[in-house]
Write a protein of this length. Structure first.
Lengths: 523, 932
C-alpha cells in the first residue's frame, strides 16, 4: 500500500477550505500551516489569470526529512505516509532544511516539528484526510497508488501530472494536474514582500532571527525583485504564507566555534605531530584548552538551538545513523573524549602518550570540522549549501580559525618563532585558499540551480554584499593577508591583528552564508 | 475528463464520513497525541452553517467526555452542500470558542455610545422589552416596533412572530445587497431570484463570483466545477479578475455599469443570427403585449413580433458594446454564440455585482434573464429556474393574520417597486421627521459599519427621540452594538434552532440548524428546558427569546398574541421549541413523515439525526404543469390574454389549447414588456434596456484624478462583518488595499504600498495601494469586509480583527475616524491570541459613501465616483473623514429621482409583487389610513 495525494487544479478554486479544515483537525496554531494555497498572478490586463496551488508535504518516497532526523521523530510508515512523533522530536529544525518544499514548521505549543501527516489518525479508522472531505470541488484526491483501480491511480495514469522539484530526487507522492509552472517553482515569480493582495506576509516568532552581532541584517531581506517592478511578463506571487528561517545566530556561531575547536588542535597536530615546530605551551596547553573551551561552547550552542534542549541526549540514545546530525554528535563526543585524554596526558606529563594522541585527535578534529559539510549536504532544501567544495572549505576554515586563534593567544601564551611563522603561514595561505574556494568554488562558479545562484547573488551583489565585501573580504581576508605579506618578521602586533581580522571575517561569512542559504523561498 | 468508474476495494479505500448509524457513538484517535493512540468518543450532531446564507450542512463532533465541541465537518446527508464546505464552515469552531464573544446580556450604564456597560439578567431584558412592546400594541403604535435583520438564517420564523404582534416592523438588509437583481428577475418571472442548474449546464454565464463568494458559494461552486469537468464552458463578467473569472474560459472585464449593453449586444447577436428558441418565445413570452408597444400599428403576429424585437435591439451592435464596455466585440460575439449553442442548457446568474453597483442595475438582471429567455433555458435541465421552484419554506402551525398596517418607514411611497424595505434610508427618514422607532431590534445587523453613510446611523442611533430603545441581538460585538442600549448574546451556528432552505440546485431541501450540545445532552438523557442551559454562558437562541418575549407581551391572551405561542399539542400551555419544529416536520414537509417512519423515527427525531431532508429532486419545467382538470370546470378563458380565471382568480394560462400554471406574473408568462413598469411611471424602461450608470465612463475624467471605485468585492474567506470572530479566517485575509492598474499607478505617481487619499462626495479615506494587472485600467477596487474598528481598548470589537480607533465629531456632522493602532496580540484563554501576527485591519471605506437609492429598485448603488490623490503629510493610514450634512444632501438629490406611488387603483405597491411580511391587501391602498 502506498498512500499519495493528487491535487487537481482544473478544479481547485483557491477557497482555502483545506487550509482551515486542516487547522481545525490538528489545532494548528497561528503563524504556521500544514497545507496552504498559494496564489500567483500572470499576464497583463485583460489577459490576466490567477493560479492557485495547494502546497504541503509531498510524502516523498525518499523523504529527506526522514533521512536527516537524528532521532527518528520523522518516519515513513509502511503505507507510505511520512509521519512524525512530537514526543521524540528534539526540535533541531534540520528537517526544515532538508525538506525542499517548506512542508515543516515548529509547532509553538510543543516546540517540535510538525507537518501534514496525511491525517494518519483518520486513515487509521478508515477516513480520508480532512482537507479532502472539506474540498467543495473535490480537487483533492487521496488514495492508494499501489491499487491500480483507485481514482488516484486512474488520474495519475491518465492525466498529465507533475510534481514539485523532481530534480531533488525525493520522489514526491503528491502530484498535480494543471498546476502552473509559476506556482510550483518559487523562483519563477516575484515574491510578495510586506503584503499581498489581502494580507500581510507572516513573520512567525519561532526562529532565531536576531543576531546582536549584526543588527539589522537578520530580517529576511527583500530580494532584488520587488512587486513594484510589476512587469506583465513575470508571474507575481500575490498570496503565500511566510516560512521561518530555521537556523540563525546560534548555528552560525556554532560553525565558527567548531572551526576554532577543531582548528586549534589540528594546528598542533600539524605543527608538533608532524615535527614542523618544537613543542611549546601554546601548542600544548593553549591548543588543548582552547579546543576544549570552544568544543564546550559548540556543544552548548547546539543544545541551546534545539527547540527542546532538554531532550538533547536522545540524539545519542536513539541514534538514527543516516543522519549526519547523529554522526556529527558522535564525532564531537569522540573528539571531545580525545581532547580530554590529551588534557589528562598533559596534566600528568605523559608527553609521548599526548604526542601519540595528536594523530587520532587530529583525525577527530578533521572529522569534526568537515562533518557539517555532509550535514548541510543533507539539507536538500538549501541549494547554496549543497556545494561539493564544502568539506574542504570547512577544513580550510578550521585551519585558518585554529591558527588565527592561537596567533592571538600567542600574545599571552609562550611559544617559539617557528610556531609563530607556522601560524602566520597557515593564516596567510589558509586565507588565500579560503578566498579562492569561497569566491571561485562557491560563489562565482556557475550554479547548478537557480536557487543556489540566487542565494550567491544575495551575497555577491544583494543585501549581504556590503557585509561580504567589506567584512569578509576586506577585513577578514585582504587586510590580514596584506599585514602578513607587507610586514615581515612576525611582530606580535601583526600576529594579533591579523588573527582577529581573520576570525571576524570567518564569523561574518558563516552567518551570511547560513542566512543567504535560507533566504531563497522554497515554496 | 473521461468518467472514472470506481470499483470496490477494501484495503486502502478510505471513506469521507463515518456512517450515519454510528454517529451517536463514534471513536476517533486524538490527533494531538498521535502517534500515541488515544481514543476519543464522539457524538456527531448535524447542524447548518451560519456564516453566509447558503445554509450548508455541518456535522459537530461533540466529545462525550467533557461535552465540548471538538470540530465541525460537513454533513454528508445535506443535499445542497453534500458534506463539503468552504473555509467558513470549519472556521465555525473559532466562533464557538472565540474568547472575545459576549456571554451575558449587557445593558448600557452610561450615555449611548459611551462604552459603559453592565451585566443584566435575561428576566430584566424580557420584562423591559415586553412591557414596552405591549404598550405600543395597546396604544396601536404598530409601526414603532421594528426588527431589523442582517442575516435572517431562518425561513419565516420572524414573519410569524411579527404578524402575531400585528406590527409592520420587519426591516432587512436587502437594499444594500440584492434589490436590483431581485427587481430584474421579478419583473420577468415573479420570483425574484434565479436558480441556475449549474450541474447540467453546457454554458454558464456568471455576473457573480460564485466560485469564491456569495450565497450559494459552496453549493454552486461544487456544481459549476462539476459542469466544467464534464466539458461545460464558463464566462464571467466582472470588472475585476475574481478567482471565479480566473477559473473561467472567458473573462469579460466591463467598464462598471455597462454590463447591460454587453448583454443586449449578445441578445442582438442571437436575434440577428436567428439562434433564439422560437418555440419557447412563442409559448412563454408575452409577445403580443410587447408587440403592441413596439409596433402599435402592426398586425399582432408572432413573426411581426420577432421583426420588431430585432429592430428594437439592432442598435446594440457588438461594436457599440465594445465602445461602452471595453470588451472586444469579437469576444462578445463568440460568447453570444456559445450561449446560443448551449440552448436550453444555458445557466446564468447575477445577484449583486453589477446589479448592486450601478444605478439601473436592475436592468442588468433583466438583460441577463433576457438571454435565458431567448435560449429557452428558463426552467430547463441545465438552465435557470425561478428560485421559488427550488426553495421549500415549510409552514408553521397557526399562521397569524396579516397585519393591517403599512409602515412607510419601510416601504415609503417614493419607492413603490423596491425589493424590499428601504432599510438603509431609515436614519434619513427618521432625521427628516417621517416617524420614530420606539423599540428597535437589530439582529446580526451592523449598519454603522456595513451600510453607506454609517455616520448618519451613529447620529440617529444616539438620539433617543428617534429610537426609543435599541437591543442588538448578536453573538459578538459590532460597531452598531456599541451604540445600542442592550447587547443580547445569541447563539452561533451550533447553538440555536433554525429551519432553512435555499435554491442551490434543481430540487429543494430543508436544513435544520440545531443547538448541538443541547441535542447531545438530551440524547444522553439529561433533560434541557431551554437551549441557553446547554450553551456557553447565558447565550440564548432567538427562537426561544421570541417565544418568551411574546408570552410576556400578552400574558393573559387579551391582545391576541399569546394564542400563537401556545403549544399545538398542549392547549393553553406555552410552546416549546421542540413542539414548534415537531409540528412543522409532522405536517408541513411532504415525504418527511414517511421517510422518518421507514426508519422507525419520529419526523423530529429524523431531522435531529440527519439535519436535512431532500424534499424534491430534478425539478424542471414547472411552468408547463397542467392545471388540475377538476379546477377547470366553469373556468373562463380571456380571449385576449389567454388567462384562465376561476371565480375571478387567475389559475393558469392557456397555451396551444392546454391550460398550464405558467409563471408567477400577471400574464402568467415571462414578461418581456412589463405592464407594471409602464403603469408605475417608468414606461421608457418597460422593456429590458441599458440605463447608463451613475458611474458611466462619460462622468469620469482621469485628468482630474477621477476613477470609479468598486467597493463591494468579497473574499473567499470572509463574510461581511461576521467573520471577525474567526482567527483562522483573519489570518488568511485581513486587509483591503486599493487595487490599481500599473498604468494608473504611473499616472498617480505611486508605488506598491504608497498611501492614497480617496475622496468621495462626502468625505475621504486613506488607504494603501495594491498594484495589479487584475483590474481594468481607470477603475479601482477595494474589498468590502475589512476595515473593522472598535472604540475601546478591550471591548467593542473582536481583537482578532479590529483596529483600535478614535472617533470624533470634529464639527456638526463632521466625523473623523483615526486608527490608534492596528490589530495587536492580546492575552486570553486561547494561547493563539498572543500569537496574532497581523497588524493591518484594513480601511473602512463605507463610512464615506453617501446613500444612492436606485429610484426604481431602491437598491443602494454601491459604486462610487472618486477622486484620488497621494496622501499628504498629515494623513495617516486608515483615516476616514465624512460630513453627514453633505450626505443628507446627496440623499435628497437621489430622492428627487423617484416617481412615487400611487400606481393604478391608488396602490402603494403592485399587489402581485412580493413584500416581506406581507400585510393585508387593504393597506396597499393609499386611501386607507397610513399608520406612520
Amino acid at each position: 500500500m502506498k498512500f499519495g495525494f493528487l491535487i487537481d487544479h482544473r478544479k481547485c478554486i483557491g477557497c482555502h477550505a483545506c487550509s482551515v479544515a486542516c487547522k481545525e483537525e490538528h489545532q494548528v496554531p497561528l503563524g504556521v500551516y500544514r497545507t496552504w494555497v498559494k496564489y500567483v498572478e500572470k499576464g497583463a490586463f485583460p489577459n490576466t489569470r490567477r493560479h492557485f496551488t495547494v502546497l504541503r508535504c509531498n510524502h516523498c518516497e525518499d523523504a529527506p526529512c526522514v533521512t536527516i532526523c537524528p532521532v527518528s521523530a520523522l518516519y515513513k510508515r509502511s503505507d507510505g505516509i511520512v509521519d512524525f512523533n512530537s514526543n521524540t522530536c528534539i526540535g533541531c529544525k534540520a528537517c526544515m532544511q532538508a525538506c525542499p518544499y517548506d512542508a515543516l514548521y515548529i509547532d509553538p505549543n510543543s516546540n517540535t516539528a510538525a507537518k501534514c501527516n496525511f491525517c494518519a489518525h483518520r486513515v487509521e479508522v478508515g477516513l480520508q484526510p480532512s482537507c479532502q472531505i472539506v474540498c467543495p470541488t473535490q480537487a483533492i484526491v487521496s488514495g492508494d497508488l499501489d491499487d491500480p483501480t483507485s481514482l488516484i491511480s486512474y488520474l495519475t495514469a491518465r492525466e498529465p501530472i507533475r510534481v514539485r522539484k523532481p530534480e531533488k530526487g525525493t520522489k514526491p507522492q503528491l502530484s498535480y494536474i494543471d498546476a502552473d509552472e509559476s506556482s510550483l517553482t518559487p523562483g519563477a515569480t516575484i515574491q510578495p514582500q510586506e503584503f499581498g493582495m489581502w494580507s500581510q506576509i507572516t513573520n512567525p516568532h519561532i526562529t532565531d532571527l536576531s543576531m546582536p552581532l549584526f543588527p539589522g541584517t537578520m530580517t529576511v531581506p527583500s530580494g532584488p525583485d520587488l512587486l513594484q517592478d510589476l512587469s506583465a511578463e513575470a508571474g507575481r506571487t500575490v498570496y503565500n504564507v511566510g516560512h521561518a528561517v530555521p537556523w540563525g545566530q546560534k548555528v552560525s556561531l556554532y560553525i565558527w566555534t567548531k572551526s576554532l575547536a577543531a582548528g586549534a588542535f589540528l594546528v598542533s597536530t600539524l605543527g608538533v605531530g608532524a615535527g614542523l615546530v618544537p613543542d611549546s605551551p601554546l601548542l600544548t596547553w593553549g591548543a588543548l584548552l582552547l579546543a576544549l573551551l570552544f568544543l564546550g561552547i559548540t556543544s552548548a550552542l547546539l543544545i541551546l538551538d534545539l527547540k527542546r534542549p532538554e531532550r538533547f541526549y536522545t540524539i545519542l540514545l536513539r541514534p538514527q545513523w543516516r543522519s549526519w546530525l547523529t554522526i556529527g554528535a558522535y564525532i564531537l563526543v569522540v573528539y571531545g573524549a580525545l581532547l580530554g585524554l590529551s588534557f589528562l596526558a598533559a596534566l600528568f606529563g605523559a608527553t609521548s602518550f599526548r604526542h601519540f594522541l595528536l594523530w587520532p585527535g587530529g583525525l577527530g578534529a578533521i572529522l569534526a570540522s568537515i562533518y557539517t559539510g555532509f550535514l548541510f549536504g543533507q539539507a536538500k532544501g538549501r541549494d547554496l549549501w549543497l556545494s561539493p567544495a564544502l568539506p574542504v572549505h570547512l577544513l580550510v576554515q578550521a585551519l585558518v580559525a585554529g591558527a588565527a586563534l592561537l596567533a592571538i593567544f600567542s600574545v599571552v601564551i609562550p611559544s617559539n618563532l617557528a610556531t609563530t611563522v607556522l601560524l602566520h603561514n597557515i593564516v596567510l595561505w589558509g586565507l588565500l585558499a579560503n578566498v579562492f574556494i569561497m569566491l571561485v568554488g562557491e560563489l562565482w562558479m556557475p550554479h547548478g540551480t537557480q536557487d543556489a545562484a540566487q542565494a550567491a547573488r544575495l551575497i555577491l551583489r544583494g543585501v549581504y554584499s556590503r557585509l561580504f565585501w567589506g567584512m569578509v573580504i576586506g577585513v577578514g581576508h585582504v587586510l590580514p593577508v596584506l599585514l602578513l605579506l607587507l610586514i615581515p618578521g612576525a611582530p606580535i602586533g601583526v600576529t594579533f591583528l591579523a588573527g582577529l581580522c581573520a576570525l571576524a571575517g570567518l564569523l561574518v561569512f558563516e552567518h551570511i552564508w547560513l542566512i543567504a542559504g535560507q533566504t531563497v523561498p522554497l515554496s | 475528463m473521461p468518467p472514472f468508474t470506481p470499483s470496490s476495494h477494501a484495503a486502502g479505500v478510505l471513506t469521507n464520513y463515518p456512517p450515519v448509524e454510528r454517529w451517536d457513538d463514534w471513536t476517533e484517535y486524538d490527533p494531538a497525541t498521535w502517534p500515541r493512540k488515544v481514543a476519543r468518543k464522539y457524538m456527531l450532531v448535524p447542524t447548518i452553517c451560519f456564516n453566509c446564507e447558503a445554509a450548508c450542512g455541518l456535522l459537530a463532533y461533540v466529545d462525550k467526555q467533557d461535552l465540548s465541541i471538538r470540530k465541525f465537518e460537513g454533513n454528508p446527508e445535506h443535499p445542497g452542500s453534500r458534506g463539503r464546505n468552504c473555509a467558513k464552515g470549519p472556521a465555525t469552531i473559532n466562533q464557538v470558542n472565540d474568547p472575545e464573544r459576549i456571554l451575558y446580556p449587557l445593558k448600557r450604564s452610561g450615555p449611548r455610545g459611551s462604552g459603559q456597560w453592565e451585566r443584566t439578567t435575561w428576566d430584566e431584558v424580557l420584562d423591559t422589552f415586553s412591557s414596552r412592546i405591549r404598550q405600543a400594541l395597546v396604544e396601536n403604535r404598530r409601526t414603532e416596533v421594528m426588527y431589523h435583520v442582517g442575516r435572517p438564517g431562518h425561513d419565516g420564523y420572524m414573519d410569524r412572530v411579527l404578524q402575531s404582534w400585528g406590527v409592520d416592523g420587519h426591516n432587512s438588509h436587502t437594499n444594500v445587497c440584492s434589490s436590483s437583481a431581485r427587481l430584474g428577475y421579478a419583473l420577468w418571472q415573479g420570483a425574484d431570484r434565479p436558480s441556475p442548474d449549474h450541474s447540467n449546464a453546457r454554458f454558464i454565464l456568471l455576473i457573480s463570483a460564485h466560485l469564491e463568494t456569495g450565497h450559494y458559494f459552496n453549493p454552486h461552486a461544487q456544481r459549476i466545477i462539476e459542469a466544467k469537468a464534464a466539458g461545460s464552458k464558463i464566462a464571467v463578467i466582472d470588472t475585476r479578475l475574481s478567482n471565479t473569472a480566473s477559473m473561467a474560459d472567458y473573462w469579460l472585464s466591463t467598464w462598471p455599469g455597462s454590463e447591460a449593453a454587453l448583454l443586449l449586444a449578445m441578445a442582438n447577436v442571437i436575434l440577428q443570427e436567428e439562434r433564439y428558441n422560437r418555440e419557447f418565445l412563442r409559448c412563454w413570452v408575452n409577445w403580443a403585449e410587447t408587440l403592441r408597444v413596439l409596433r402599435p400599428d402592426a398586425e399582432n403576429t408572432f413573426d411581426n413580433f420577432l421583426e420588431a424585437l430585432k429592430a428594437h435591439y439592432a442598435t446594440y451592435t457588438p461594436a457599440y458594446a465594445e465602445r461602452e464596455t471595453g470588451v472586444a466585440a469579437a469576444l462578445i460575439v463568440q460568447v453570444a454564440r456559445e450561449i446560443a449553442a448551449a440552448g436550453t442548457a444555458f445557466a446564468a446568474h447575477v445577484w449583486r455585482s453589477a446589479a448592486s453597483g450601478n444605478e439601473g442595475g436592475w436592468q442588468v438582471a433583466r438583460c441577463l434573464e433576457f438571454l435565458s429567455v431567448l435560449t429557452g433555458s428558463v426552467g430547463t435541465r441545465g438552465g435557470t429556474s425561478p428560485n421559488t421552484w427550488d426553495k421549500f419554506v415549510a409552514a408553521p402551525f397557526k399562521r397569524p393574520a396579516p397585519q393591517n398596517v403599512w409602515n412607510e418607514l419601510l416601504y415609503p411611497q417614493e419607492y413603490p417597486l423596491s425589493f424590499h424595505e428601504m432599510s438603509f434610508l431609515l436614519p434619513h427618514f427618521l432625521k427628516s421627521g417621517r416617524g420614530r422607532v420606539d423599540t428597535y431590534f437589530t439582529r446580526v445587523y451592523n449598519p454603522v459599519w456595513t451600510n453607506p453613510d454609517g455616520a448618519t446611523w451613529i447620529e440617529v442611533l444616539k438620539d433617543d427621540k428617534l429610537i426609543g430603545l435599541h437591543a442588538a441581538l448578536t453573538p459578538v460585538w459590532s460597531e452598531t452594538a456599541w451604540f445600542a442600549d442592550y447587547v443580547l448574546p445569541m447563539g452561533t451556528a451550533a447553538e440555536r434552532h433554525d429551519l432553512m432552505s435555499q435554491e442551490t440546485q434543481a430540487g429543494s431541501w430543508i436544513g435544520f440548524r440545531q443547538p448541538v450540545l443541547r441535542v447531545v445532552r438530551e440524547k444522553l438523557g439529561q433533560p434541557v428546558r431551554f437551549t441557553y442551559e446547554a450553551n456557553p454562558g447565558e447565550v440564548w437562541e432567538e427562537d426561544e427569546f421570541w417565544i418568551e418575549l411574546s408570552w410576556r407581551i400578552d400574558p393573559d391572551g387579551s391582545l391576541g398574541v399569546r394564542q400563537h405561542f401556545e403549544s399545538p399539542y398542549r392547549p393553553g400551555e406555552k410552546l416549546t421549541i421542540d413542539e414548534y419544529y415537531q409540528w412543522i416536520f409532522e405536517n408541513s414537509v411532504p415525504g418527511l413523515p414517511e421517510a422518518a417512519a421507514a426508519q422507525g423515527l419520529t419526523p423530529l427525531a429524523y431531522m435531529r439525526k440527519y439535519g436535512a431532508f431532500a424534499v424534491k429532486r430534478d425539478v424542471y419545467n414547472l411552468h408547463d404543469t397542467p392545471v388540475d382538470p377538476a379546477h377547470l370546470a366553469g373556468a373562463e378563458i380571456d380571449p385576449a390574454t389567454h388567462l384562465v380565471r376561476q371565480q375571478g382568480q387567475v389559475i393558469g394560462v392557456e397555451i396551444d389549447g392546454k391550460v398550464v400554471t405558467g409563471f408567477a406574473t400577471p400574464s402568467r408568462k415571462l414578461e418581456l414588456f412589463s405592464q407594471t413598469l409602464h403603469d408605475w411611471h417608468w414606461p421608457e424602461h418597460a422593456l429590458p434596456g441599458y440605463i447608463k450608470s451613475h458611474v458611466h465612463r462619460d462622468h469620469i475624467d482621469h485628468a482630474k484624478g477621477e476613477y470609479v471605485l468598486l467597493p463591494t468585492f468579497r473574499l473567499p474567506t470572509l463574510i461581511h462583518t461576521r467573520a471577525g470572530n474567526s482567527k483562522w479566517l483573519y489570518e488568511i485575509s485581513h486587509t483591503n488595499p486599493l487595487w490599481l492598474h500599473p498604468r494608473d499607478a504611473e499616472r498617480l505617481g505611486v508605488d506598491l504600498g504608497s498611501l492614497l487619499k480617496v475622496h468621495t462626495e462626502t468625505g475621504y479615506f486613506v488607504i494603501r495601494v495594491w498594484i495589479t494587472e487584475a483590474i481594468r485600467p481607470g477603475v479601482v477596487a477595494c474589498s468590502h469586509h475589512l476595515g473593522r474598528w472598535r472604540l475601546d481598548k478591550d471591548i467593542g470589537g473582536d481583537r482578532w480583527s479590529t483596529a483600535l480607533a478614535d472617533l470624533q465629531e470634529v464639527g456638526p456632522g463632521q466625523w473623523r475616524l483615526r486608527q490608534v493602532h492596528g490589530i495587536e496580540p492580546f492575552h486570553s484563554v486561547d494561547p493563539d491570541s498572543d500569537r496574532v501576527w497581523w497588524k493591518d485591519a484594513g480601511v473602512h471605506q463605507n463610512l464615506t459613501f453617501p446613500v444612492h437609492p436606485d429610484p426604481v429598485s431602491g437598491m443602494h448603488c454601491w459604486h462610487q465616483k472618486v477622486r484620488i490623490e497621494r496622501a499628504g503629510p498629515e494623513d495617516r493610514y486608515g483615516d476616514v473623514f465624512v460630513d453627514t450634512n453633505k450626505s443628507f444632501q446627496v440623499y435628497e438629490q437621489w430622492l428627487q429621482k423617484t416617481r412615487p406611488a400611487p400606481g393604478p387603483d391608488g396602490l402603494r405597491r403592485p399587489l402581485w409583487f412580493a413584500r416581506a411580511v406581507r400585510p393585508s391587501n387593504e393597506v396597499y391602498r393609499i386611501t386607507s389610513t397610513p399608520a406612520s
